[in-house]
Design a protein around this ligand. Structure first.
Ligand code: NAD
Length: 247
């Protein structure tokens, strides 16, 4: 991993996979903007990074709000002089529900945060990276973005959308120095997974019966996708799930 002091934006950096990634980027010498709707959590992550000798800037932001995303990316560029890498990772889960029972508000919020939020960040980041003529972007999808299962229709639809969005953006920028990839974690030990396990014993049983990754395992793959070592990798949907996908 390079230690070249890049300007890096991580959304959902206040918890779980995003927090682990922010720490890894900073440990490699990058300056990390830690963005999260939970401003206190973003600040706590940035404070931890700074206490460990790294460079981090916290930002409170709702990725589903166009004006906030535009302001965030413009602010990063103004403060850091550009944007080398972005990890569009903020996301939510929803209570399990059959499609026939799924209410429209849940569907809309899921699509707003998990798909439109990625689109808004990606669009603003690409506009800057096209000016710079370089950059690496990783969008967090999920194994549910490749293969759906019962009662997660809104989440699976949003995450399938992230994979398609990523492939389209990557192909538009082939050979330009701008790369866009999707990350597809399986079960990962974070507050999001623990909340869904706690809400439903059957789900808890399902997850505890299979290997689960740490947030750092998944974050390391995002950091690699942003590194020069992955310079020929764009448009991929990288599964990080301990091999459980084909089981
Ligand atoms: N944990 C898993 O098992 C798992 C599996 C596959 C994919 N994922 C995906 O990984 C990503 C990170 O999830 P995690 O498990 O680390 O969850 P997490 O809940 O620990 O972290 C998600 C972070 O995103 C923030 N966030 C939520 N809505 C936001 C918004 N509108 N704007 C800005 N920030 C917002 C939250 O405040 C939180 O800090 C999500 O996209 C999730 O769908 C997680």
């Amino acid at each position: 991993m390079s230690a070249d002091g890049r300007a890096v934006l991580v959304t959902g950096g206040g918890s779980g996979i995003g927090q682990a990634a922010a720490r890894l980027f900073a440990a490699a010498g990058d300056t990390v903007v830690v963005a999260d709707i939970d401003e206190a959590a973003a600040k706590a992550t940035a404070d931890d990074i700074r206490a460990a000798g790294g460079r981090a800037i916290p930002r409170g932001i709702d990725v589903a709000a166009e004006d906030q995303v535009e302001e965030l990316v413009a602010g990063v560029v103004a403060e850091l002089g550009g944007l080398d890498c972005a990890f569009n990772n903020a996301g939510i889960s929803a209570p399990r529900s059959r499609v026939s029972e799924l209410d429209l508000d849940t569907w809309r919020r899921m699509l707003d945060v998990n798909l439109t939020g990625v689109f808004l960040c990606l669009r603003a980041e690409l506009r800057q990276m096209r000016v710079q003529q370089h950059g690496a972007i990783v969008n967090t999808a999920s194994v549910a973005g490749l293969k759906a299962s019962p009662k997660v229709a809104a989440y699976a639809a949003a995450k399938h959308g992230v994979v398609g969005l990523t492939q389209s953006a990557a192909s538009e920028h082939a050979g330009t120095g701008i790369r866009v990839n999707a990350l597809c974690p399986g079960g990962t030990d974070t507050p999001l997974l623990r909340a869904s396990m706690g809400n439903n014993p059957a789900v808890g049983q399902r997850w505890t019966s299979r290997p689960i990754s740490t947030a750092e395992d998944v974050a390391a793959a995002a950091v690699w996708l942003c590194s020069d070592a992955a310079r020929a990798v764009s448009g991929t949907a990288l599964v990080v799930d301990q091999g459980t996908f084909f089981r």
